[in-house]
Unconditional design. Sequence first.
Length: 309
Amino acid sequence: MTTGAVDHNAIVPRWSVAQERISDHLALVKPRVMALVVFTGAVGFVLGRDPVDWLALGPILGAMAAGAGACGALNMWYDADIDQRMTRTASRPIPRGSIVPAQALALGIVLALASTTALAVMANGLAAALLALTIAIYVPLYTIWLKRRTPQNIVIGGAAGALPPVIGWAAATGSIGPGAIALFMLIFFWTPPHFWSLAIYRADDYRLAGVPMLPVVRGAPETCRQILIYVLLLVPISFAPLVSGRLGMTYAAAAAICDAILIWRATLLFRLRAAQQDQLRKAAMQLFRFSILYVLALFVAIPVSVLVW
């Protein structure tokens, strides 16, 4: 080899290692959850202010993404023992040993401080305080206290997932209006049927990990009943964003269609509550997957309806 020649065989492994490290750190901040936080936060921002300050929206969403990343990293730090025992989470970076818990803790703390400070500077103190409240609910209250102690963990802890659109609204307006509360209630009542349907499918995992999810503590039939109750409560709440005065028939029609399908799925699951495990788990997973489409469809319909209306 001549002097100064590049050893490509050495570069490729180093690049591969770097890619793996980047991938591990991305997994640590839960990018899919982060994307949902950013999306619902953006909808709250758009619905809260007319006209929309598009230049301010990008940095504000960046701060919210960092806050969501803080929640993900701190959750994985504290739940490393649970994640190791569950099939769904065993491939996460800490159980695999690719990231040590102290790194996740440090990253989570840095992101939490940076995100709340940035939001206070770029938006206002109310938005920053709401982001700090979101982190406090998700990490100390839900992850550390509720998750391992009560089957109502996801009901109370669900407030953290319901706050991003309120943060977006507050960042745009400096206040909390009826529309922001409507968006909060929509996600808050959507969360239990969403997670409990997954918990039915993954009940063995939660039982093995010692997490008292509702299907583990009360059984699948009672969980199916609770899911149906929350879905029926969610239906009228899904029309609450109309109080903002900026939505019209486009959103109302989308909500009506999505509600009809959601009721059908929840009713089918309830009818199968005492069925064979394979049938029950299949129906639960179908409801879980549709619940994701449900919330995405409604939150897409909001900005579309704003533009049309």
